[in-house]
Structure formats: C-alpha cells, structure tokens
Design a protein around this ligand. Structure first.
Ligand code: PLP
Length: 221
C-alpha cells in the first residue's frame, strides 16, 4: 500500500479521541509530502537537526513533534517552531526548554517521559523522580512551558501481557495526576503506542500514537 493509503487506513480505524503522530525520522522529504497530501499535519522526528531541515523545507501548517531523547544543548534549535516535545525526562531539560521558550516569547507544550519498560536503556523518569520534579520550586516558577501529558515506551517484546501491564501502569500514573491542575501542569495527552503495539496502547488508554514503519515502511539506518 502507498503512504497515503496507509495513513487513511490507520486514521479510519483510530477512535476519535486518539491523535496520530506520523513518525518520519530517516524518511526523505518526498515521503513527508505524500503524507502531507494525504492530509497528515503532525510529524514526529527524533533528531533536532533533521527535524529543523524538514521544517524549513515544508509547509508551515505542519506541527512538529520531537519524540526522541533531547540533549540540553540542542534545545535552542527547535524552540522557534516545535509544537510538542514528548521526551522530557528531567527538571534540567525542562528548565532549558523554559529558558529557550522565554527567549522566543513562546509557551511550549511538553510531555514527561516515564520509564515503564523493563530494559535499562530506555529513557524516562520513575514515579519518585516525577513527584520530586512536580514539587520542586523551580518547576512552579516555569511560565514558558506547559506539561500537557505523559509519554512512555513499552519493552520491546512479543509478550502482550507484559506490554499491557506496562501501558496500564502508565495510564494509572496519568489518572492519578488528573487532580493536579496548575497553570503549567494539566495532563490531557497520554502518548503511548507505536506501529507494533498501538492497538494495545489504545485499549490501555492512549490518546496519542506515534506510528512510523506501518505508514512509511521499514527504516534503513
Ligand atoms: C521511531 C519511534 C516511533 C515509531 O516507531 P515505529 O515502530 O516505526 O512505528 C515511535 N516512538 C518513538 C519514540 C520512536 O523513536
């Protein structure tokens, strides 16, 4: 199937409350144009340099989501245009985003990435780190960021029960924080689910799925 057919097919099967992020990392501009022409307006990239180049080349009504791990020293290159940063996993990174957003006179929406997988290597915070971030004075004072949701990645495994357990865990953290509302904190988005596990993620409460290979085919790194 073509990129266009894949997008239309996936969108036709997503519940209304679930947003699709088309993950375009490593893919050529021509693929992104095809997705754009199919009506897709939200693209996810995991490298700031690559995202910036594509942002420059493409129509300006596209929303760019940074879904990868972000290095503090590179934040400034995306603050003029990024629409949502999924992988925020430290107060230090949030502080840098806040600082750069202030310079750009913007308020930037962020998701806090939680570590839910078994693997050691996946980025993200645990619940203790999340609690300490939220209660810190530095966070209270940040006016140029808004934490609008949580993001997580399940373990890379065929074991559906395990994936389900991890997604359900993230959903329970998300639900537990619904009572917390501040100017810079109001959880509405739960970003979980990729090509291999997004249906399961939606069953477990996902409101935003990040899909790459099921739209654009496998990536050759
Ligand atoms: C690459 C990537 C995806 C998309 O993965 P697919 O399996 O190709 O759908 C989703 N989320 C993150 C964080 C990624 O880096």
């Amino acid at each position: 199937m073509s990129i266009k057919e894949n997008i239309l097919d996936i969108k036709a099967h997503l519940p209304n409350h679930v947003t699709l992020v088309a993950v375009t990392k490593t893919k050529p501009i021509s693929d992104l144009i095809e997705a754009y022409e199919a009506g897709e307006r939200i693209f996810g990239e995991n490298k700031i340099q690559e995202m910036s180049e594509k942002w420059e080349a493409l129509p300006k009504d596209i929303q760019w989501h940074m879904i990868g791990h972000v290095q503090t020293n590179k934040v400034k290159f995306m603050t003029p245009f990024v629409s949502l940063i999924h992988g925020v996993d430290s107060l230090k990174l949030l502080a840098e985003i806040n600082k750069q957003a202030r310079k750009n006179e913007r308020v930037i929406d962020c998701l806090l990435q939680m570590h839910i997988a078994e693997e050691e290597t996946k980025f993200g915070m645990n619940e203790e780190e999340l609690a300490s971030l939220l209660s810190s004075e530095a966070f209270q004072e940040m006016k140029n960021i808004r934490v609008v949701g949580l993001m997580g990645m399940a373990t890379f495994t065929d074991n559906k029960d395990q994936i389900k357990k991890e997604f359900t865990h993230l959903k329970s953290i998300f639900d537990g924080l619904q009572s917390v509302k501040k100017d810079n904190f109001n959880l509405k988005i739960l970003s979980m689910g990729m090509s291999g596990d997004y249906q399961l993620a939606i069953e477990c409460g996902s409101t935003m799925v990040r899909i790459g290979s099921s739209i654009f085919g496998n990536r050759n790194y």
